[in-house]
Design a protein around this ligand. Structure first.
Ligand code: ATP
Ligand code: MG
Length: 519
């Protein structure tokens, strides 16, 4: 019997019905749903027959956003093996960690990753490479039969499907183990949320669902947002996905015009850079109807500028984690315009509560740790029973984010529990000071950190990148209008180049701290 659509295999088989519709575009390569299904089914046979991959085995994928990433992912999951996407920005040492931590028995890599890992003792299938670093992707696939079907497999909703590594913003990346049920639920939740977003904008959700969506993926597939919120949703609904090797605002503008892109999905920085690009007016981006972002705090100023520079589009802000199979809370349409500082209300399948440090639920309106429950919460951390027991308590996922919920159920992220500056016993939320800085027209990017201080324990400091000249005194005076004196950075560093961010759009504060404070 089938657990449709609660297994990825069911999602994949269903996607084949979208036939000749275009699924994935990368530069001048175009793949229809039928072509993707045939490639994935063929690779699934090869994985099982030539490489001995069995149900539960881990298959690592280390690639940029190439169409083969998607084929490798589909093939692995279709036979019940567990896909382990590795961060393509990782160094050899980090990639080795991912391979050994997951216990992967096979690696599917692009030429660059295979070169980085040359000589490693694990079978490799390599695409986009002229060398002989492993088994050649094309040779492995061989003939593609138009009649190919998936090899038999017995997969249940509670079987493990994926190990995605968290971004490593607060420590070492942890392997989040997702089930087939998590994956089956994720795209449905996104469609619910989108429909609600459309309704909240005053448009007809039915009309909107009928339109073909072409989404530009601006974030990596190896992170939860790219794979679960964007790729799976596209596949689920038979829409189109445009891939980029690397995010770049001008290429994005060119692609929006060329491919008639209707939606942009990524991190807030992507939207910010697109708006700030001097060539914004030179491209026809009239097809773009939605801009959604998440994964990192979105300063309210971003919504304001989006609304001003791209009128008539629907911006939306989604909150999610690797541990929630991407999207969990969503704000869009009029409700986002009315509450630009909120991440919105939980998806239909998600419950939320706010707790104190002991795990006791706090009354509405108070700030505490945000906890989530629902079928999108992962099974746990791979091989880390302690971390799992600490994070998922009685079905509730403890997010490590500080939040409050208002009377209408709108959630506001206050900060990460670990991203707070404690100044003489007074909590200063970095995200609040950053958002206030973004309100100043000269600010292009900003990060707030704690500076060790003998007397107060910590003082507030900021590192900013300017778009036009400003002085420390000017910025401090500007902040004084909106922030209490103890929150004003006592020292502001000016950064010439872009602030370092990981592919998830989060500022690498550890790097910055080291840069400005040494040590
Ligand atoms: P690690 O867990 O390894 O430290 P990480 O938490 O950055 O890394 P992810 O799972 O990629 O790894 O990111 C989830 C986090 O991103 C959330 O816990 C939250 O802090 C932040 N986040 C996601 N979406 C939003 C949003 N819309 N607004 C504010 N913060 C967000
Ligand atoms: Mg985290």
């Amino acid at each position: 019997w089938k657990h449709a659509p609660a297994t990825f295999r069911a999602l994949l088989e269903n996607s084949a019905f979208h036939g000749d519709k275009e699924f994935v575009v990368y530069e001048d390569e175009r793949l229809t749903y039928t072509e993707h299904f045939r490639l994935a089914a063929t690779l699934a046979h090869r994985l099982a027959d030539s490489f001995g991959v069995r149900k539960g085995d881990r298959v690592a994928i280390a690639m940029r956003n190439y169409p083969e990433w998607i084929v490798a992912f589909s093939a692995t999951l279709a036979i019940g093996a567990v896909a382990v996407p590795l961060n393509a920005w990782w160094t050899r040492k980090e990639l080795e960690y991912g391979l050994s931590d997951s216990g992967a028995t096979l690696l599917i890599a692009d030429g660059e990753r295979a070169t980085t890992l040359a000589g490693i003792d694990i079978p490799m299938i390599v695409n986009r490479s002229s060398g002989s670093l492993g088994a050649d992707w094309q040779e492995v696939l061989g003939e593609i039969s138009p009649d190919v079907v998936l090899p038999p497999a017995d997969i249940h909703p509670e079987d493990p499907a994926t190990i995605f590594y968290t971004s490593g913003t607060t420590g070492h990346p942890k392997g989040a183990l997702g089930s087939h049920r998590n994956l089956g639920q994720a795209p449905m939740s996104v469609v619910y949320a989108m429909t609600r977003g459309v309704a909240l904008t005053g448009r007809d959700p039915g009309e909107s669902l009928k339109r073909r969506r072409i989404t530009l993926l601006t974030v990596p597939l190896f992170h939860a947002t790219g794979c679960f919120a964007v790729l799976l949703t596209t596949m689920f609904s038979g829409n189109g996905l445009i891939l980029m090797y690397k995010w770049d605002a001008e290429s994005a503008l060119r692609l929006i015009e060329r491919e008639k892109i209707t939606g942009l999905s990524g991190v807030p920085t992507n939207a910010w850079q697109l708006l700030s690009h001097p060539a914004l007016g030179s491209y026809d981006i009239s097809t773009l109807s939605g801009v959604s972002y998440g994964g990192a705090p979105a300063p309210p100023k971003l919504l304001e500028r989006l609304t001003e520079l791209l009128p008539g589009r629907t911006p939306s802000n989604g909150y999610g984690m690797t541990e929630t199979t991407a999207l969990a809370i969503y704000n869009s349409g009029q409700s986002y315009q009315d509450r630009p500082g909120s991440i919105g209300i939980p998806l239909a399948v998600v419950d939320v509560k706010v707790c104190d440090l002991s795990g006791a639920e706090l009354p509405r309106g108070q700030v505490g740790e945000l906890c989530l429950r629902g079928p999108i919460v992962i099974m746990g951390y791979w091989n880390r029973p302690d971390a799992t027991a600490e994070t998922i308590v009685g079905g509730w996922l403890h997010t490590g984010d500080l939040a409050r919920v208002d009377d209408e159920g709108f959630v506001y992220i206050v900060d990460r529990a670990k991203d707070m500056v404690i100044r003489g016993g007074e909590n200063v939320y970095c995200a609040e000071v950053e958002a206030a800085l973004f309100d100043h027209p000269a600010i292009d990017d900003a990060a707030v950190i704690g500076i060790p201080d003998d007397e107060l324990g910590e003082q507030v400091g900021a590192i900013v990148k300017l778009r036009s000249p400003a002085t420390q005194e000017e910025l401090q005076a500007f902040l004084k209008e909106t922030l209490a004196p103890f929150k004003i950075p006592v020292r502001i560093w000016f950064h010439e180049s872009d602030l370092p961010r990981n592919p998830g759009g989060k500022i690498l504060k550890t790097h910055l701290r080291r840069e400005v404070l040494g040590g």
